[in-house]
Ligand binder design. Structure first.
Ligand SMILES: Nc1nc2c(ncn2[C@@H]2O[C@H](COP(=O)(O)OP(=O)(O)O)[C@@H](O)[C@H]2O)c(=O)[nH]1
Ligand SMILES: [Mg+2]
Length: 278
């Protein structure tokens, strides 16, 4: 708890066995009430290690993608009563030690969302970010800021904190199950008028922390540009993309009270959460 808010950290995991323990060890347990890992049918020992660490563990029966995995972890965090949810990659790329700082920016009322930016502070290349990823990040961010008239330092970080209200309001079910989920969600938050803060965050690139190859990055980049243009067209009243439409049935549904969502039952209680195809 911090300022009487219940804090959850969610770890959307795919093949994170070699880095999971290091990540979990550094999560600040003095303020974090709940740690939830969703395993997207990893091929390694992620599931066993997660269970051994004693954190809440939910498993997809088949691989549903990075966005699909986040839908599951946000839903679980809401069902278990979180007021603030921090999404952190379990690949030890972002330091968990900044959870407290990010949450502080929210719980005292200044922001609704906070991003851990690898670009602010300028350490991304020093942390080993490959040149093509760094350049692509800068170019995509520049174009997206221009198209959307925003001033974010980056749209692509895997370290994000949200209030419960943001997660309950955004039409997340209309976001992709693939990597572009992150971009769509952030654009939704901008569109729905939430206050977004940024904090600088060191990043570490090493083989286990980075698996996305060039073709997948390219597909992601095209998806990002499409997302930005959709936002602009919606602003101009020239289009009405589904992921920016406000409708209750587009929101993440969670129907368990925290008391009902006990550890053992959660996996079985979530059939719909992991079966949504868009
Ligand atoms: N659910 C899911 N997550 C994935 C998949 N591939 C990668 N990820 C996760 O997506 C996140 C970002 O991928 P990563 O390879 O670390 O990208 P990079 O750090 O930007 O180079 C990591 O947390 C991965 O575990 C996948 O097929 N399914
Ligand atoms: Mg990574």
């Amino acid at each position: 708890m911090l300022n009487n808010r219940r804090i959850a950290v969610v770890l959307p995991a795919y093949n994170a066995a070699r880095t999971l323990q290091r990540t979990v060890d550094e999560i600040p347990k003095d303020i974090v009430d709940d740690i939830i890992l969703t395993d997207d049918a990893s091929l390694d020992d992620t599931l066993e290690i997660s269970r051994r660490l004693g954190i809440e563990t939910i498993r997809h029966d088949r691989n549903r993608g990075y966005g699909g995995n986040q839908k599951t972890c946000y839903r679980a965090a809401l069902a278990r009563g979180a007021d603030i949810v921090v999404m952190l990659h379990p690949d030890y790329q972002y330091t968990p030690k900044l959870v407290t700082a990010m949450v502080s920016m929210i719980v005292y009322g200044e922001y609704d969302c906070v991003l851990g930016s690898r670009i602010l502070g300028g350490g991304a290349r020093r942390g080993g970010m490959p040149l093509y990823k760094y350049t692509a990040n800068l170019a995509l961010t520049f174009a997206q800021n221009l198209i959307m008239a925003q001033k974010m330092s980056e749209y692509h970080t895997g370290y994000r904190a949200w209030t419960r209200r943001v997660l309950e309001t955004l039409p997340l079910l209309r976001c992709s199950d693939d990597f572009v989920f992150d971009n769509q969600m952030l654009v939704q938050a901008i569109h729905f008028g939430f206050r977004i803060g940024e904090i600088s965050c060191p990043t570490k690139y090493f083989p286990e922390a980075s698996s996305i190859n060039f073709p997948r990055s390219l597909r992601y980049g095209l998806g990002v540009m499409r997302t930005a243009l959709q936002y602009r067209l919606k602003r101009l009243d020239l289009a009405n993309p589904a992921f920016l439409r406000d409708a209750p049935d587009n929101r993440l549904a969670y129907d368990l009270s925290p008391a009902e969502a006990g550890s053992a039952d959660l996996e079985e209680s979530f059939p719909a959460s992991v079966g949504i195809e868009l």
